[in-house]
Every structure is written in structure tokens, then in C-alpha cells.
Design a protein around this ligand. Structure first.
Ligand code: SR1
Ligand code: MG
Length: 412
């Protein structure tokens, strides 16, 4: 058995031995249960448990290529970034992220809290479960982590040092390519569109010059706008939920970028859950209750983000010029514009690109999937093109309802 002084990609028994040697959690000689539980696109995740004490830990190890495809060479330093941001997020948004126990730079492995009593939100939504505290929790997470890391609040030298610590070129490149470029221009031939929607995608995205121009503008914002320390991949697969608890995981795409990137990801992934339910569930009270809950959640996320941002800003702003009359609203308005644009980008890239979401791919009936995809893409185009005016929950719901009307059930 290795002494873990040289990097190698672990299997579950290695991860158990790693946990035994490197953490002080387990008694020496404890018979540990071990299992690989990862189903994400990038990493290897091991659950290690001592049945006699009931203690458990999750070990997350980074390889040097993505799990989804070895076309993506990704620095294993991403786990150091994940560890560092989880420490910060535990401080800024306590209770809303897993606790971290340590990071090993040789094995590129991170030890953190076992959240087996939670479930991944995307899967839970596909089972039509609802989470009454989600909007409140996720908006607290976003406002605290985004606002408290921006120049309006942070000491500027400390902020610049934090920007430097979170330079994340490989993971940013994935986002630049997969989110901002390829869904609109299949230059790398990596896209994976659903066959029956190929013509639609070509016509509505690849050939729409206005969409190309607007997505180019947004990409340059993603390159240059070191606004806040963002999670960078805040979709419903990166969120663990329980009725009474929300935990944001997987911040390996973190870097200093536009705050609206996180908020837009949350809203887009609620659109996907709605599109799935509206397309797949039989009309009736269960569908009505579930889609109404998603609608309310979209409305609450948009509304609570704004109200919490305003009150935390009033409490914590330190930069003198940010306190000039009108500045706070101008700054927030730019975040809401980015939020709308990113909502559109995320909706497009999960349908057209390589990294899909189950909300769409789990739709078995081809005509139904065609409908759900067109509905999302149509809403996405409005979010991108009209991002200067989209600000409230009602604005998002109008877009969603108009797209659903344009592409009714049973008629693609
Ligand atoms: C190659 S990684 C593909 C996607 O998976 C991650 O979860 C991110 O969303 C990324 O874009
Ligand atoms: Mg992830």
C-alpha cells in the first residue's frame, strides 16, 4: 500500500487508507467501509465510513483530465481552489456548505463532511420533491459570498490577493468554451445536440447574428470582470438539499468573475426543472402544485437576491465612492443584467453542448424532448437578447410562460 508521498489516482480502498493515515477522524485499525460515489463530469469522490463509530468522511480527488472526456486537460490544482473557497464560504455563509477537514497537495485530495443525509437537488426535483427553504438559503449563500468578496466591501489589496489565489485558467477555459462559445458556434465539433432539434439549433442559434454578438460581449465580461469570488458552476447538480437544509458543493470552477454568473445558473436550472415537469407530468393537481412551486421559487430567488443584496450592501459597504447616490442601484442593475444573460447561456449550453442535464436527457419520448428543448432555447434567446430589461421574478416567469405557449405540449 502506498504511503501517499507520490500522486496516483486512487481507488476506493486507497482512499480509505488515505483517510486512515491522513485524518485524525478514525481509530487506528478501524475497519472502514469505502465506496466511489462520484457521478460528476470531473472528479472521483469516495465515501469512507467506520460502521463501528458511525463516523464518515468524503474524499474528493482530482485527476489530470476530466472524467467526462480526456479531451479536457484540467489542472488538479482545482481541488486546492475548492478547498480554499470552501474555507471562505464556511466563514461567509455558515451552514450552507460542507465542512472541510483538510487538503493534501500531493494527492490533490480534499476531505470534507459527508452529506449522505441530503440529496442532489436535480434528482430530487425529478422526483417532484419540493424544498420550502431553498430560495431563502440559496439567496443568502449567493448574497453573502458574492457581495462580501467584492470591491464595495473588501479591502482592495486583500481582494487583489484573493483574485490571485483563485486564478483558475483551466476551469475558466472550460466555461469560456462550453458556455460562451460552442453552443453558438460548433467550431470544436464537440457539441452534442439532440438529432431532431439539429436544424432548429442551427437556425435559431448558429445563424442568429444578434445572438452571436451578444454572447461575444458576455464572454468578454467573463474574461475581464473580476467582480466577486463566484462559485462558477452553481447548477442543481451542485446543490445538496433536505427539507430543512441546503448545502452548496463543488466550487472547483471558482474564480473572480461576474456575480450574475452564479445567480443566472440557479435560475436557468429551475427553468430546466419546470420544463421537464411541464412536458412530462400529466395535467392535473400534482403537476400544477409542482410547477407552481418552481415558479414561486424562481420568483423568490430573483426577489430575495435583490432585497438581501440591498440590505447587506447598506450594512457592509466600505468603499467611499460606492456610497455616492445612485451607485448601489447601478451596480446591482449590472449584476441583474448579467444574471439574465447567463440564464440564457446556461439554458443553451446544457441542450446544445457536451454537458447535458438529466431534466432534458431523461425525457424518453422524442417529441416531448424536442418540445422541452425548444421551449428552453426560445426562453434562452429572450434572456440573452433582452437582458437589459429582465430584472424581476415576473420578468422570468413571463418569458417561461410565453415560451411554453409558443411550444405547447404535444406540438413541437
Ligand atoms: C468538462 S466539464 C463539463 C461541465 O461539467 C461541470 O460540472 C461544469 O458544468 C462543466 O461545464
Ligand atoms: Mg461539478
Amino acid at each position: 500500500m502506498s504511503d501517499f508521498s507520490r500522486y496516483f489516482l486512487m481507488k476506493a480502498p486507497d482512499a480509505a487508507e488515505f483517510a486512515r493515515r491522513k485524518l485524525s477522524l478514525f481509530a487506528p485499525g478501524a475497519a472502514l467501509e469505502h465506496r466511489e460515489i462520484g457521478d460528476g463530469n470531473l472528479n472521483y469522490i469516495f465515501l469512507i465510513r467506520d460502521p463501528s463509530s458511525g463516523k464518515s468522511v468524503v474524499i474528493k480527488q482530482a485527476g489530470d483530465t476530466a472524467r467526462i472526456s480526456d479531451q479536457f486537460k484540467v489542472s488538479p490544482d482545482r481541488n486546492r481552489i475548492e478547498y480554499d473557497i470552501l474555507v471562505i464560504e464556511n466563514d461567509l455563509a455558515p451552514g450552507l456548505v460542507p465542512k472541510v477537514y483538510g487538503y493534501d497537495p500531493v494527492m490533490n485530495a480534499l476531505a470534507m463532511e459527508d452529506l449522505s443525509d441530503h440529496t442532489i437537488m436535480r434528482g430530487a426535483l425529478l422526483q417532484r420533491r419540493t424544498f420550502p427553504l431553498f430560495a431563502d438559503h440559496i439567496t443568502t449563500f449567493m448574497v453573502n459570498t458574492l457581495l462580501l468578496t467584492c470591491d464595495a466591501v473588501m479591502d482592495h489589496k486583500k481582494k487583489k490577493a484573493t483574485v490571485a489565489n483563485f486564478i483558475n485558467p483551466d476551469l475558466c477555459e472550460i466555461t469560456e468554451d462550453l458556455v460562451y462559445t460552442e453552443p453558438f458556434n460548433d467550431v470544436r465539433k464537440r457539441n452534442d445536440p439532440f438529432g431532431p432539434n439539429l436544424d432548429f439549433i442551427q437556425r435559431e442559434l448558429y445563424c442568429d447574428k444578434e445572438i452571436l454578438l451578444e454572447t461575444a460581449k458576455m464572454k468578454f465580461d467573463f474574461f475581464c470582470n473580476a467582480q466577486c469570488l463566484i462559485h462558477g458552476d452553481l447548477h442543481t447538480g451542485s446543490i445538496f438539499v433536505r427539507e430543512d437544509s441546503t448545502k452548496v458543493i463543488d466550487p472547483e470552477f471558482a474564480y473572480y468573475g461576474p456575480a450574475g454568473y452564479d445567480v443566472g445558473n440557479v435560475i436557468a436550472n429551475l427553468f430546466f426543472a419546470w420544463a421537464n415537469a411541464d412536458t412530462v407530468m400529466e395535467p392535473g393537481s400534482a403537476r400544477h402544485a409542482f410547477t407552481r412551486w418552481i415558479e414561486q421559487t424562481i420568483d423568490d430567488v430573483a426577489g430575495l437576491f435583490v432585497s438581501k443584496w440591498r440590505s447587506l450592501w447598506a450594512e457592509r459597504v466600505t468603499e467611499p465612492v460606492a456610497q455616492y447616490e445612485g451607485f448601489a442601484e447601478w451596480y446591482l442593475d449590472s449584476i441583474l443584467r448579467d444574471t439574465a444573460g447567463v440564464t440564457g447561456l446556461e439554458l443553451c449550453r446544457r441542450i446544445v453542448g457536451i454537458a447535458h442535464v438529466k431534466d432534458i436527457t431523461a425525457i424518453q419520448d422524442a417529441a416531448a424532448r424536442v418540445r422541452a428543448e425548444r421551449l428552453c432555447l426560445s426562453a434562452a434567446k429572450v434572456c440573452i437578447k433582452e437582458r437589459d430589461r429582465i430584472r424581476t421574478g415576473s420578468d422570468y416567469l413571463d418569458i417561461l410562460f410565453r415560451a411554453a405557449k409558443e411550444y405547447p405540449r404535444g406540438r413541437p
